[in-house]
Design a protein around this ligand. Structure first.
Ligand code: C2E
Ligand code: CA
Ligand code: CA
Ligand code: CA
Length: 280
């Protein structure tokens, strides 16, 4: 047993070394990618009106392709960036890309819909966040309201008073702000009404359990009822089936985001499928 224990330990330790090494290599690669913009891009996922299916806004989702690591999921490289101090330069680069994209659509004579950017905690709590956003609007000459934000509850924990101030400043800039992944984590319904947010995004875990599990619909009813009372826009994320969509029609749900109505796609496809068509 002792022998086995030692071997197990050794295997485990070797495994950790490899993993550590891979993380370090990835961190270096990510730093280079941010420096020269190589392999980093954004996909845009449509949020459509539940009933008319009209495009209402887009969510910008980061993508990273590296020749050695392949396509790395943001579920991996965003946490890596957060741990290694790269999230601020990365986010800055991505926000700039969003602003440039909006400017390109405007220059092409199209009417872009607002684009929502995911904020990570470090970014939200940065002293000059508001200044940065203001500077972007200025540099790209964007009309107000075209850049929106998504954040999660865990970012605001224990700092509600300060969070309210930052949120108010974002709202004063004309930005809409969504609470992302709502229903997971710390969901304290009681504090929600104190936050100057505009939108609730119901986490896809609830949406995907619809029809499979009675509890998920009960939660949907509760969340949407409350959101309606608070006059919040409600987004259902991760909608994949007609069945889920039909259930969502029974509740106060404004917007649909999911593979059913549109996967995340490169900006050019958004132009072709949505913006250029709308002009005709
Ligand atoms: P999120 O903000 O909750 O984004 C929604 C995720 O759900 C995206 O995954 C999207 O591709 C996926 N999704 C959308 N519709 C469906 C569907 O119908 N079914 C399924 N199964 N999935 C769907 P993605 O692009 O892999 O991003 C994962 C997470 O990484 C995001 O979750 C967000 O937390 C983070 N992230 C992505 N881009 C950025 C960014 O630019 N900045 C920051 N801070 N975080 C980002
Ligand atoms: Ca999001
Ligand atoms: Ca989400
Ligand atoms: Ca999420």
């Amino acid at each position: 047993a002792k022998q086995e224990g030692r071997n197990t330990f050794r295997l485990y330790s070797t495994h950790m070394d490899i993993r550590e090494h891979r993380w370090l290599a990835m961190e270096t690669a990510l730093r280079n990618a941010i420096d020269n913009g190589e392999g980093l891009s954004l996909h845009y996922q449509p949020l459509v009106d539940r009933d008319s299916q009209r495009l209402c806004s887009l969510e910008a989702l980061a993508r990273w392709y590296h020749p050695e690591f392949g396509q790395v999921s943001p579920g991996d490289f965003i946490p890596l960036a957060e741990r290694s101090g790269l999230i601020l330069p990365l986010s800055r680069y991505l926000m700039q890309q969003v602003a440039a994209r909006l400017r390109a659509w405007l220059d092409a004579g199209l009417t872009p819909v607002p684009v929502a950017v995911n904020l990570s905690a470090q970014q939200f709590w940065q002293q000059d966040l508001i200044e940065q956003i203001r500077a972007l609007y200025d540099e790209y000459q964007l009309p107000p309201g075209l850049i929106n934000f998504e954040l999660t509850e865990s970012m605001l924990l224990d700092k509600q008073q300060q969070a309210v101030r930052v949120l108010q400043q974002l709202r004063q800039l004309g930005c809409r702000v969504a609470m992302d992944d709502f229903g997971t984590g710390y969901s304290s319904l009681s504090y929600l009404h104190q936050l100057p947010i505009t939108t609730l995004k119901i986490d896809r875990s609830f949406i995907q359990q619809l029809g499979e599990n009675q509890g998920s619909e009960t939660i949907l009813a509760a969340i949407t009822g409350m959101a309606q009372g608070l006059k919040l826009t409600v987004v259902a994320e991760g909608v994949e089936t007609e069945e889920q969509l039909n259930t969502l029609r029974r509740y106060h749900v404004n917007l649909i985001q999911g593979y059913l109505t549109g996967r995340p796609m490169p900006a050019e496809q958004i132009t072709e499928r949505y913006l250029a068509v709308a002009r005709e």
